[in-house]
Design a protein around this ligand. Structure first.
Ligand code: PLP
Length: 397
């Protein structure tokens, strides 16, 4: 019998997708240059040239049988070794190839990690606002989502609410820094507090609580302070990494899961990740891409464009009178909606051919998400439309 739950999930398009499709219609009607689509988080800059060079070399000079054959389920050991060596040099974490599981991006890494550390009936803590797929991935494991707010303006965790929310059924907590949709970065101070609270709760409830750190935006940080790496703050941590944003390769579906070598159950945890990957059919991530990223450690797309866009949109919107916290990372700006009704704002914005995502979709009311991974010129063209929208909202109360 067809699963009603999954059928509904398949039939329901996310608001982001709806807006994206609506944008296509508007573009056909008014011309692409007259539509200001800030709905989707697709990298707008190309991958570094080295990516094309490495892929070309692999294809033209590699042994075609070996290149396209199955790797081991967890991924090519040499590639995992190269990633471990890079991470050890950068973060001094003592990782080995067998702490890494190659995967189809952060999405697959999250589904595998959640399956590995939860049982039906468990609870998973998710900070709001959140990337909507966290709910889908968590519920698929039979676990329940428990939501805890990030507090504006800096969007750091509400630790009092977090302490209340963690209970005997809590098996995992998901963090995401730099953050979609707010652009905030978890500070070292927040991670310090988070680590000590989780250790305290692990001791109180006599069970491990796994911290799942979703890091597709790790390098997209525009401040002078590097994104704090989470392992030193808490041992029972799993990192879900992706090359979708750092190398602008979202369609190639490549990333990895990294188990903290300091985790109490390091070997058992890695075995559960292998088992979860196997049971979900996520084995042997794309071989060609594995081999490419193995040679591309430390490379990054030219993110200066995002930084330029970030300043332009933040300055432009706040000058008009809008309120927003300056985003430090990722490529999203979280704009406070005058009057507080984000759905109405997003609907009204369509009149000005502005496409922005209401924050209700991210589990928090009162804001819209603006993805500024777009052409810089589009931002310049869009600012007068944002201004007209602002005036209309204010005049209508
Ligand atoms: N996590 C967050 C917070 C994201 O924003 C995204 C994609 O936009 C993902 C995970 C999924 O990334 P991937 O393309 O690596 O599956």
């Amino acid at each position: 019998m067809i699963s009603e739950r999954l059928k509904k999930l398949g039939e329901k398009r996310s608001t982001i997708r709806e807006l994206f499709e609506y944008g296509k219609l508007l573009k056909a009607q008014y011309g692409a240059e007259n539509v200001y689509d800030f709905s989707i988080g697709n990298p707008s800059i190309p991958c570094p040239e080295e990516v094309t060079e490495v892929l070309t070399k692999l294809i033209t000079e590699g042994d075609p049988v070996q290149l396209h054959s199955y790797t081991s389920s967890a991924g090519d050991p040499a590639v995992r070794g190269a990633i471990a060596a890079y991470l050890n040099e950068k973060y001094g974490i003592g990782a080995e190839a067998d702490d890494i599981y190659m995967s189809c991006g952060a999405a697959a890494s999250l589904t595998i990690s959640l399956a590995a550390v939860t049982s039906p009936g468990d609870e998973v803590i998710i900070f709001t606002p959140y990337f909507p797929e966290y709910k889908v991935f968590t519920e698929q494991t039979g676990s329940k989502c428990v939501f805890v707010p990030l507090l504006p303006p800096a969007f750091q965790p509400d630790f009092a609410a977090l302490s209340e929310a963690i209970g005997e059924k809590t098996s995992a907590l998901i963090i995401n820094s730099p953050h979609n949709p707010t652009g905030s970065i978890l500070s070292a101070e927040s991670l310090e507090k988070l680590g000590s609270l989780l250790r305290e709760k692990e001791a109180a409830y006599g069970r491990p609580i796994y911290l799942i750190s979703d890091e597709p935006y790790r390098e997209l940080n525009y401040t002078d302070t590097p994104t704090p790496f989470v392992f030193p703050y808490y041992a029972d941590t799993i990192v879900c990494y992706s090359y979708s944003k750092s190398l602008s390769l979202p369609g190639e579906r490549i990333g990895y899961i990294l188990v903290n070598p300091a985790s109490k159950d390091r070997k058992a945890l890695y075995a559960a990740i292998q088992g979860a990957g196997r049971s979900l059919g996520f084995v042997c991530a794309p071989s060609l891409l594995q081999k490419a990223v193995g040679q591309l450690q430390g490379r990054l797309s030219d993110i200066s464009v995002y930084d330029r866009n970030r300043k332009l949109i933040f300055d432009g919107l706040t000058k008009i009178g809008y309120e927003a916290a300056q985003p430090d990372g990722a490529f999203y700006l979280f704009l406070k909606v005058p009057g507080g009704d984000a759905i109405r704002f997003s609907e009204l914005a369509k009149k000005y051919r502005l496409l922005v995502v209401p924050s209700d979709d991210f589990g928090a009311p009162g804001y819209v998400r603006i993805s500024y991974c777009v052409e810089t010129e589009m931002i310049r063209r869009a600012l007068p439309a944002f201004e007209a929208l602002y005036r209309e909202i204010l005049s209508n109360g």
